[in-house]
Design a binder for this molecule. Structure first.
Ligand SMILES: [Zn+2]
Length: 1053
């Protein structure tokens, strides 16, 4: 059998040991001193070294994510200016590697004081926003509403008072960047978002190499021209197979280089005609049954170890992005970085019919605040002063490189609606001989795919909100007894030091069981005063103004309180939990400002508003009904929490829920609140006081330190001919065109489905623009605008050639997750398989070269689609054997999942660790092993990671000495129930810790580790990820290929 493969190979896995800040990796800041390196370069020095321990925080595991981004970094990648908020209390720790959890165990006493609290600002320089009687129409006007395009406040009673902070217009802002570049003209002012410092804005990173300093050939920056090391390597690049003795046989026929769209040049084949490019085929043997197929020769992900430099446009054409899961560095040359927005197809079908024929969907995945690679140029901030950013007066599209200036620059044509506007006089500039404005290359908004505009008053109905963090901790009996309360208090106490400095940062805390306990944190009081709210049906908040106070005024009180809470409730016998009421009470306290509410919940909410029942158990007593109605358990129990959540969102309150439980807690119902408010669910099940506090702390830390924004509104526009059909993700939607995001962070991704409403012109380009209006944690109102312009085509073969597997699969995944609560599982599995078959059938019918009916022919760009589809239908979300809460959590996790993390969730990365000493990895992660039990031996130890979880499987006959060296036990009988990875004094253990730390860094997630062994539920969990295996209810990979092939043949005849 043979495969045809072209060089447009997109390994779905991040290359082993990607650079720090690898794409998939929302990089935890790499360790200090790490410099990007080219492929084959030295391993990142120090990144795997001994764990760093913060000077100020001797206790607790070193966070994986280094440090809190400095002021401004929250909105992107601003380097730490020596701004007003730099304070000694905030000295970032060495942005160390993930401390091995073993080396830096959680503090024995949970309440390590997190250092002294420097009085950072004058008290009183901030006051909570007084609500005035000024009448402002409720609800944010749509983005297109001309005069007052955005609302950032609660739905009503916004205020128009004078600014409490320096306004953006021309004045220095609280967090000012470095001085403007010399090339600036008078107005509009352009302020580099990050000046000359590099993207990471993280100590240890910031001073490192300039953008693009990591060429494969050495230290000097590549020339700016194309092809430095851009684009996937040309020509077949098959490392000696990781997976089998022999890689696929290669056809020598040259294939189309993928580096450019053939949009401008006539494609080599006519429509309907086969094209030689982009094909992988499986020989006739395939159709004769699985026995003839060599499993070593079927398409599998091939890891790439080289970093790719991606220029978003070359030669005035869009450049198709590298795979989302590879390590790449983007140079924004007109289109936005694929991190911010990528399309399922990198050429846009001109008609709905053509798209329908292809079987592919047309959708964008947008991640507007995605973490850039540390070597990428920071996004620039453009300040148009009082006038605000230039926009199309008809559709309100923002100025971007694809708006065409005509008439000596006096007018410009909108690339979205085609309207011609007069250029504002102060923005006028003559055109050069090439027809572009002469200043185009100096103005980020005219030459970059992504810019941030300083928002004017027009974009506010009130002053930008302060950064409010409210912690709500379950102190019911169960939470106390399992150690969950102590773990939560410890984590909060440790992250207080990471909260943004300055007068705008406010905090509050409450605890709850069957009643709610607020605390007056006011400085004048010697001890925090507890205020009990017993009414959990009609909740109120006592002393609203003193429940949330400036962090600088209450730091010590708060720390003391956190230290005392576990003792205060030590003997609590109240088992009930008023989750809904407590959340509502905290919301009421935050209502006037908005902010982030972080709830730590350990048991099923049983009393008060939004109380839930153990309906899972009820379902189990009636099996028939349970099966028929299984998906109902994945829906919220009722509308109470949803109604509450919508109100929270209106007042800009975002809720994150940290679930530390050992029982069913009804995530399907609880998760409605985070999903509607732009938050997320964290799930620690079964909660372990031994192994989970480290993860809890790291998750909380990343939650508050990652780049993020508040009171946000997002809209995606597209050129005429297409429109947004639907948005999907964690947000609230009050009007059809916009999504409201009380908070948004770098991890959150929103799927935007598109539909045709008329024909697009062949050869023209179609633009998409995502505009996100938000408030930084430092109180700056910004509009981040990302624009992507792609060629339109009438050629089906172009669509297949430019298909983006990662994005398409992520859309599959999100669609499936959306459907699970409302459709029978079998139906969804069939639907996903059908989607896959329709695409491949279209390709087979209209584009494939090979005429033999016996061959399964896969478009090169999508050759892994069958494998990932199979993995999807075997995933936790689409299996019936999972716990209801596990599946609800999975659905919720997928909802905001980024493109790079979509594939690992269902097709995890597995590496063998028993032979670590044999592998010369050169600092890279060892190669991945195919997910097939054939590759799992009884004397082996394997590590499997999904981006969220990490399983360590130990075979039954592993060498005891090796087991002792790696895991500290000498037989599988000694398996601890709660596993914490330790680092022992031997090279094997060191290497394992290095690997785990590197994975955590790449994934920006602490990845809870679980030991698995054969014959136990843990072993079954591990083997459930062997998606290539045949299972009682599922086909093997080979069988699945045969199945697909037969279906395609049936459709052909
Ligand atoms: Zn327009």
């Amino acid at each position: 059998m043979s495969f045809q493969v072209n060089n447009n190979n997109r390994p779905p896995f991040p290359p082993p040991f990607a650079q720090q800040g690898a794409p998939g990796s929302r990089p935890g800041p790499p360790p200090s001193g790490v410099v990007p390196r080219g492929p084959g370069g030295p391993p990142p020095q120090g990144s795997l070294g001994p764990p760093n321990v913060m000077p100020n925080r001797p206790n607790g595991p070193t966070p994986p994510f280094g440090v809190r981004p400095p002021p401004g970094a929250f909105s992107g990648n601003v380097p730490p200016p020596p701004g007003p908020f730099a304070s000694s209390g905030n000295v970032p720790p060495p942005p160390g590697p993930f401390a091995s959890s073993g080396n830096a165990p959680p503090p024995p006493g949970p309440f390590a004081s997190s250092g002294t609290a420097p009085p950072s600002t004058r008290p009183g320089s901030f006051q909570s926003a007084p609500m005035t009687t000024g009448q402002v129409p409720p609800g944010p006007p749509p983005l297109s509403g001309a005069p007052s395009p955005f609302s950032n406040g609660p739905p009503s009673a916004g205020m128009q008072g004078g600014p409490r902070f320096p306004s953006t217009g021309g004045m220095p802002r609280p967090v000012s960047g470095p001085p403007p570049p010399l090339s600036m003209s008078s107005a509009p002012a352009i302020r580099p978002f990050g000046g000359s410092l590099s993207a990471g804005s993280l100590p240890g990173l910031t001073q490192q190499a300039p953008p693009f300093s990591a060429p494969p050939t050495g230290g000097s920056p590549p020339p700016p021209g194309p092809h430095t090391f851009s684009a996937p390597p040309q020509g077949p690049q098959f490392p000696v197979s990781q997976f089998g003795s022999q890689p696929w046989s290669m056809q020598q026929r040259p294939v189309m280089p993928p580096s450019q769209f053939p949009g401008s040049a006539p494609p080599p084949r006519m429509y309907n005609m086969p094209g030689p490019e982009s094909t992988a085929s499986i020989s006739p043997a395939m159709s004769q049954g699985p026995s003839k197929i060599d499993p070593n020769q079927i398409p599998r992900p091939i890891p790439s170890s080289s970093i790719v430099l991606h220029e978003t446009r070359q030669g005035n054409q869009a450049n198709p992005p590298p795979s989302a899961t590879t390590d790449y560095i983007v140079r924004d040359t007109g289109n936005c970085s694929p991190r911010y927005m990528r399309c399922t197809i990198n050429q846009i079908p001109c008609t709905n019919d053509l798209q329908g024929t292809s079987g592919m969907q047309l959708a964008l995945l947008v991640q507007p605040l995605a973490l850039p690679h540390p070597s990428e140029e920071p996004v620039q901030v453009v300040d148009f002063g009082e006038a605000g950013p230039v926009r199309c007066s008809r559709c309100k599209g923002y100025i971007n490189p694809f708006m065409k200036f005509i008439d000596q620059g006096r007018r410009f044509i909108c690339n979205f609606c085609g309207f011609t506007d007069d250029t504002p006089r102060e923005y006028h500039c003559n055109l050069g001989p090439d027809g572009r404005r002469r200043d185009a290359d100096e103005r980020p908004e005219l030459c970059k795919g992504t810019v941030e505009f300083a928002a004017t008053k027009e974009y506010m109905v009130r002053d930008p909100m302060p950064a409010v963090f409210f912690f709500l901790v379950d102190v019911s009996m169960n939470a106390l007894q399992t150690g969950a309360t102590a773990a939560a208090c410890s984590a909060i106490s440790q992250v207080i030091a990471d909260l943004p400095e300055g007068p705008r940062t406010m905090v509050g805390i409450a605890t709850f069981d069957s009643t709610i306990h607020f605390y007056n944190l006011k400085r004048a009081l010697q001890q925090p005063l507890m205020l009990i709210v017993p009414d959990i049906q009609d909740v109120y908040t006592p002393l609203e103004s003193d429940v949330i106070v400036q962090l600088s005024e209450c730091r010590q009180h708060l720390e003391l309180l956190l230290e005392n809470i576990p003792n205060m409730f030590q003997n609590n016998k109240t088992a009930d939990s008023a989750f809904g009421a407590a959340t509502k009470g905290a919301f009421l306290a935050m209502k006037s400002t908005g902010g982030k509410l972080m709830v730590f919940q350990s048991v099923l909410p049983s009393v008060g508003i939004g109380a839930l029942s153990a309906r899972e158990a009820e379902g189990r007593t009636n099996i028939t009904a349970a099966e028929k109605e299984a998906h109902k358990l994945l829906q919220p129990a009722d509308k109470t929490l949803k109604t509450m959540a919508i109100e929270f969102a209106e007042y800009q309150v975002c809720v994150d829920v940290f679930i530390t439980t050992q029982t069913y807690i009804d995530i399907a119902s609880i998760s409605v609140i985070p999903r509607t408010t732009g938050g997320q669910v964290y799930y620690y099940y079964p909660f372990s006081a031994v192994s989970d506090p480290a993860k809890l702390y790291n998750d909380l830390r990343w939650n508050i330190t990652r780049p993020q924004g508040f009171e946000a509104v997002m809209r995606v526009r597209s050129s005429q001919g297409l429109q947004v059909q639907e948005y999907s993700g964690n947000f609230c939607k009050r009007i059809p065109t916009d999504v409201d995001l009380p908070a948004i962070d770098c991890d959150k991704t929103i799927m935007v489905a598109l539909k045709h409403d008329e024909k697009l012109q062949d050869g023209a380009e179609c633009s998409f623009q995502c505009a996100l209006l938000y408030t930084t944690v430092y109180g700056e109102r910004r509009i981040r605008v990302s624009t992507l312009s792609l060629p339109c085509t009438t050629m089906l073969s172009n669509l297949f050639r430019s298909a983006d597997l990662d994005t398409q699969f992520a859309c599959f995944l999100k669609q499936a997750a959306n459907e699970i609560p409302s459709s029978p599982l079998l139906q969804i599995r069939e639907q996903m398989t059908t989607l896959c078959i329709n695409i491949l059938h279209s390709y087979r019918k209209f584009c494939a070269t090979v005429s033999s009916a016996g061959q399964l022919i896969l478009p090169e760009a999508l050759k892994l689609l069958p494998l990932y589809t199979l993995a999807l239908i075997k995933s936790i979300g689409l299996r019936t054997d999972g716990r209801i809460d596990d599946r609800s959590y999975w659905i919720n996790y997928v909802s905001s999942l980024s493109t790079p993390l979509a594939i690992p969730l269902v097709y995890p990365r597995m590496i063998s660790i028993h032979d670590l000493d044999l592998k010369e990895t050169d600092g890279n992660l060892p190669p991945a092993v195919p997910l097939s039990s054939e590759h799992v031996t009884d004397d082996g130890i394997y590590l499997l990671e999904t981006g969220e979880d990490c399983l360590v499987y130990v075979g039954n006959s592993v060498d005891p000495d090796m087991m002792r060296q790696l895991l500290g036990i000498s037989s599988v009988e000694e398996f601890p129930t709660q596993f914490v990875l330790q680092q022992y004094d031997n090279p094997l253990s060191k290497k394992l810790n290095e690997i785990v730390n590197e994975i955590r860094r790449q994934r920006c997630s602490y990845l809870r580790l679980k030991l698995c062994k054969k014959g136990e539920p843990s072993g079954m969990t591990f083997f459930s990820y062997m998606v290539e295996d045949k299972t009682p209810s599922g086909l093997s990979y080979v069988e699945f290929l045969v199945h697909i092939h037969r279906q395609i043949q049936a459709k052909m005849s």
